[in-house]
Structures are given as structure tokens and as C-alpha cells.
Design a protein around this ligand. Structure first.
Ligand SMILES: *Cc1c(COP(=O)(O)O)cnc(C)c1O
Length: 244
């Protein structure tokens, strides 16, 4: 959002559906001859929704050729685990222009090391992307961390397993408190409630040193996005929730 403002772009936002899923029809309807890029992320941040193969195929097929399709795969590894389709295999069927980006910040636990990578439909688009981004976005220490992480596939699959179990535990606890918990394929879970309740809950948790995000949702509701931590972190969270 901030980046599009800095670049002088006009940002057109599309609400997600109340269940946290992406509204592909609404996105396609808002595309005009002036649209330069359509951004989509799956699993989606902040709802955790996994875009279905059927919807992604439609997006790839129906998006006009003058629009760059930008697929943000920051939660790619979690999505794979949760049964997300192979978006790359689908997006490759689009002739031009598309780009997909992934990061070592999430599943690899290297947030702060600032390493990621992109895959583009052409060398020309990759060069344009490189030209538009700030210089020296990755550093040698981050790159060394990423290479080391790739040598330890066991670490990633172990954390994915833990998160899968813990995500259900945290989601169940939130549902038990009466909140509407959205289906998620990411390392966070969103509980939907009234905005005042979300603000109060977020403040109480912050007092206990637990940071969650409150995000506006359709129909005037609010989503409390809770990132899944270690088992101990989640124990703390559930304890505070039971007291809130
Ligand atoms: C975390 C995240 C990224 C990338 O994060 P970096 O730390 O900058 O690599 C991109 N998109 C979304 C939606 C994210 O949540």
C-alpha cells in the first residue's frame, strides 16, 4: 500500500468476502484499460484463505493481457502443506506478463534477514522489477542464512507440522470464545468479531506482551489476526484469552 503511494500509483482495493476468501469477480470487474498490475496473495494475508485452483485459473485466463499479474507467495510453504494448488504451474500458462515472489521470512524463520526471490514471465519483466526495487535489498549474511536454511529441509517440515497442530489449537480456543474463526492455510489465524471487542482484546493481550493485529473486515466487522508462535507462546496466549 505504502509502496504504491510512493510510486504515485492509484491504488484500487477490493474487499474480501465475509468468510475471508478473495472475491475474484469483484477484482476482475475493477480492472480497466488503465490498470497496470493486479496483486493477489495466497494463502492470503491477513485472512489465511487459500485461493482455489478454479478461481486462480479464471484469474489467469480472464485478466486482460495489458495487466501484470502479481502473485505474492509469502506463505507458499504453508499453502503447499495445506493443499493449495500449484499456482506456478497455472500462472506459467499465461503468456505474459506475470511475476511471483517468495520469501525466507516466514516458513524459514529468517524474518529480518531480508531474503526473498521472484520468478517472472520474462527476463525483461525481471529486469524491470530489479530496476524498480531499492538497491542492495539483500545482504551477504542474509544470503548465507538462506543457503544454510535450504540445506535443512527437515527444519521447515518440522515447523510446518508444529504450526499445523498449534493453529488448530489456537483456532479452537478462539471459536470456543464465540468468535467466527476463518479457515486458514497460513501461520496465523483470524477471528472475526465486533471492532470494539477486537480492540479491547488486542489491548489486553498487548499488556501481556502478546502482539496481535486488528484488521477491518466487510460488514463493519473486525478480524483479530493471531500469528502462531511456539507451543509455549501459544500456551501464554490461550491463558490470557481465557482470562479476557
Ligand atoms: C511477509 C510478507 C511478505 C514478504 O516479507 P519480507 O520479510 O519483506 O520478505 C510479502 N507479502 C506478504 C503478504 C507478507 O506477509
Amino acid at each position: 500500500m505504502k509502496t504504491s503511494r510512493l510510486q504515485g500509483a492509484k491504488l484500487v482495493e477490493v474487499d474480501v468476502n465475509p468468510d475471508g476468501s478473495l472475491d475474484i469477480d469483484a477484482m476482475l470487474r475493477k480492472v480497466t484499460t488503465k490498470t497496470k498490475l493486479l496483486y493477489v496473495t495466497s494463502p492470503h494475508n491477513p485472512t489465511g484463505h487459500i485461493l482455489s485452483e478454479e478461481h486462480f485459473v479464471r484469474l489467469v485466463n480472464e485478466l486482460p493481457a495489458h495487466v501484470v499479474l502479481y502473485l505474492d507467495e509469502a506463505y507458499f510453504e504453508f499453502g503447499m502443506r495445506a493443499g493449495a494448488p500449484d499456482y506456478l504451474a497455472i500462472i506459467r500458462t499465461r503468456l505474459q506478463p506475470w511475476i511471483s515472489t517468495r520469501t525466507f521470512s516466514k516458513a524459514y524463520g529468517l524474518a529480518g534477514a531480508r531474503v526473498g526471490y521472484g520468478i517472472a514471465s520474462s527476463a525483461q519483466l525481471a529486469a524491470a522489477y530489479r530496476a524498480a526495487r531499492p538497491n542492495f535489498t539483500t545482504n551477504v549474511i542474509g544470503m548465507a542464512g538462506a543457503i544454510a536454511a535450504l540445506d535443512e529441509p527437515g527444519f521447515v517440515s518440522e515447523s510446518l507440522s508444529v504450526i499445523e497442530v498449534e493453529r488448530t489449537r489456537v483456532g479452537d480456543a478462539l471459536a470456543q470464545k464465540g468468535y467466527r474463526v476463518l479457515t486458514t492455510g497460513a501461520n496465523f489465524v483470524m477471528a472475526v468479531m465486533q471492532p470494539a471487542e477486537a480492540d479491547t482484546l488486542a489491548r489486553r493481550l498487548a499488556e501481556a506482551g502478546i502482539v496481535v493485529r486488528v484488521i477491518g473486515m466487510p460488514r463493519g466487522e473486525a478480524g483479530l489476526r493471531v500469528t502462531i508462535g511456539s507451543t509455549d507462546d501459544n500456551d501464554q496466549l490461550l491463558l490470557k484469552l481465557s482470562q479476557a
